[in-house]
Design a protein around this ligand. Structure first.
Ligand code: MG
Length: 122
């Protein structure tokens, strides 16, 4: 099981990594912005079982990444869980329309995250 975390917050990536570790997921890559996330997907031959995607990031935001990933036949089946804040309501609606698999609202507990992602990792 491989997971890619795309988030500009080091702390958020750490929280996600720890929550995934408790699910037994150790094969985790990280990218600090959307652009590097898209590059990483390609560099790793789209071999991820799940992408955790932050909504608000520099370079390339979550919605932009989501649309690019869904438009690419190499990656359009990879589950993508958006990490959002309460202020992102409209963006979340657009993300769901654009093919996001699910979303989790920050701040979330490890249990919240695990609930949202476990079905993609079994
Ligand atoms: Mg962010």
């Amino acid at each position: 099981m491989r997971v890619l975390l795309i988030d500009d917050s080091t702390t958020m990536r750490k929280i996600q990594r720890r929550a995934l570790n408790t699910l037994g997921i150790e094969d985790i890559d990280e990218a600090p912005n959307g652009k590097e996330g898209v590059d990483k997907l390609q560099a790793e031959s789209y071999s991820y079982n799940l992408v955790m995607l932050d909504m608000n990031m520099p370079e390339m935001g979550g919605l932009e990444v989501l649309k690019a990933v869904r438009a690419d036949p190499n990656s359009n089946n990879i589950p993508i869980v958006m990490c959002t804040s309460v202020a992102d309501k409209e963006q979340v609606m657009e993300a769901i329309k654009s093919g996001a698999s699910n979303y989790v609202v920050k701040p979330f507990t490890p249990e919240d995250l695990q609930k949202k992602v476990s079905k993609y990792l079994s």
